[in-house]
Design a binder for this molecule. Sequence first.
Ligand code: CO8
Length: 376
Amino acid sequence: MPADAMQDVYLTGTGLYTPPYSISNEELVASFNDFVELHNAEHADAIAAGDMPALQPSSAEFIQKASGIKARYVVNKDGLLDPQRMAPRIPERRNDEPSVMCEMAIVAAREAMSNAGVEAGDIDAVLCAASNMQRAYPAMAVEIQDALGIDGFAFDMNVACSSATFGVQQGRDMIRSGSARHVLMVNPEICTGHLNFRDRDSHFIFGDVCTAVVLSAEPSGERNFRILDSRLQTMFSNNIRNNFGFLNRGDEEGVGQPDKLFVQEGRKVFKEVCPAVASQITKQLADLDIPADQLKRMWLHQANLNMNVLIAKRVLGRDATADEAPVILDEYANTSSAGSVIAFHKYHDDFAPGERGVLCSFGAGYSIGSVLLERV
Ligand code: CO8
């Protein structure tokens, strides 16, 4: 079937859950530097003998300059700022209690459903698309579906930072194929759970949040965006990796090693991912015969300000204004798959019918997803 004869799919609503606690760079750095002092004092003899390098302090100035991040929201603050602990305090829930991811997701989902003008009974499918799932099964999405009173089916999917754009394409494909009329996709990201707060190179990168998106077979609610095109790309890379897995208990050596938490080669990621993202969007626009200057906005993945500046410049052929490539990572940090959806959620009210923008994510895999949207 030619593309233009296919069922159109609309992004009809988005929602956002922001955790109650914020941590500034200064607070985070103070806790990290307390930890460094404790660590270096504890290992003073080994450090003096040259058997162990002294840990170096972090700095708030470096963090803002290297990433653009000023603060992050978190589900628990005191646990991860405690220099003796440096991990969020998120006690395991009993089987008869809702999971943390479910609690976050239903707040974002309700807002997205309200914006889309749909009820639980209208939704046929729920996708939970995120970098980390709180458990393997039952799927988080099925719990969220049940909590919202939605019929139909639900499942989890993970493409790291690109989970949301990949989820949008899965939802769009379901609607096009007729297996659903409305799809709810949620992105609960508890990134602090997998962040190594003792690692100077990455302790500042992530925050927690949840976004939600409703996709529909026809316009619904007050602000609708037709999906003109969506495109996905993956290329295997070890430069962003988390080796934590279900086989840990089988490996006597593995438990507690740093590579079971988030690790990356940030410089390589920067160099390899930016050109790939810019060329994917540029090719997508060319294939659809849309000149780059027709893009009103780029809701880019929110990992690093300098990456976004570079990508937007390559696509537009000039520096983007703050209005064309809005930044939310200064307040939220990297929230993995949710970042570009937060940018869309906060910055789309000013679109007039016919105006276009691109929702784009990129990250581990590597993975890149770009969704072209047109306000109807
Ligand atoms: N304070 C002070 N100095 C520091 C610090 C610090 N905290 N950290 C490093 N330095 C020093 C280094 O030691 C180095 O010193 P020297 O020059 O003397 O060797 C200097 O600062 C420069 O260090 P870098 O080269 O590491 O700094 P960069 O300018 O490259 O910035 C960034 C580091 C910000 C990490 C940058 O490389 C970056 O953002 N890269 C892109 C990363 C990216 O986008 N990754 C996407 C990953 S997210 C994803 O896909 C989802 C995964 C799932 C997440 C799940 C939850 C965790």
